[in-house]
Write a protein that binds this ligand. Structure first.
Ligand SMILES: Nc1nc2c(ncn2[C@@H]2O[C@H](COP(=O)(O)OP(=O)(O)OP(=O)(O)O)[C@@H](O)[C@H]2O)c(=O)[nH]1
Ligand SMILES: [Mg+2]
Length: 180
């Protein structure tokens, strides 16, 4: 496998966005340290680096920006313009409907640039306790299908799909690095 042969940069920039308490930091903490942080400690902003295995012979360095639960995308406009992938987090047991969390933000990111976007559902270990889980999932799946987006269901607590989320992001970037 060739890897990022035509990329100039050494690292891939991934930005994680959306509401306070939705589980952004725990995705990053899990992938970087394999640890789960039970207490809630609101983020101001943090940046983390990690090598992700693409294959047996090649690593890829990711630089993940863990944002504050910021409702106004304006603050991150230039960051998003200069990144390689935006992960929009949707907390499946959170107080918001998926359309409130994803739609506007998706459109705003698209207005800024044509960067890769992934939807990460978080806290899926709690889904059984949540009445509207199936209905909300149907909405998100439909939203993603119509826009050719990928949705990845994760649980940082139970370590489900967190490594996969970042590996998948890197694989997409690797794929995109080949010219048409
Ligand atoms: N059950 C469960 N709880 C989770 C999971 N991920 C995060 N949490 C909990 O949800 C709370 C908020 O998690 P954070 O990762 O700090 O959320 P955040 O999006 O970074 O929050 P801000 O920094 O304020 O924007 C914490 O108490 C976490 O322990 C998960 O996968 N499962
Ligand atoms: Mg945080």
């Amino acid at each position: 496998m060739y890897a990022m042969t035509n990329r100039k940069e050494e690292e891939f920039k991934i930005v994680i966005v959306r509401y306070r308490g939705s589980g952004k930091s725990n995705l990053v903490i899990r992938v970087v340290t394999s640890y789960f942080w039970e207490d809630y400690d609101p983020t101001i902003e943090g940046s983390y680096r990690k090598f992700i295995d693409l294959n047996k012979v090649r690593d890829c360095l990711i630089n993940v920006l863990d944002t504050a639960g910021e409702e106004n995308i304006a603050r991150y406009r230039s960051t998003i313009r200069n990144c390689d992938c935006v992960v929009i987090v949707y907390d499946v047991v959170g107080p918001y409907l998926p359309e409130e969390v994803i739609n506007d933000y998706f459109s705003e990111v698209r207005r800024v640039c044509n960067v890769n976007i992934l939807i990460a559902e978080t806290k899926t270990d709690l889904r059984c306790d949540f009445l509207n889980y199936k209905q909300n999932l149907d909405y998100v799946v439909n939203f993603c299908k119509q826009r050719n987006l990928c949705i990845i269901e994760t649980s940082a607590k139970e370590d489900v799909n967190v490594d996969f989320l970042f590996t998948f992001a890197v694989y997409n970037l690797w794929f995109d690095s080949f010219e048409d």
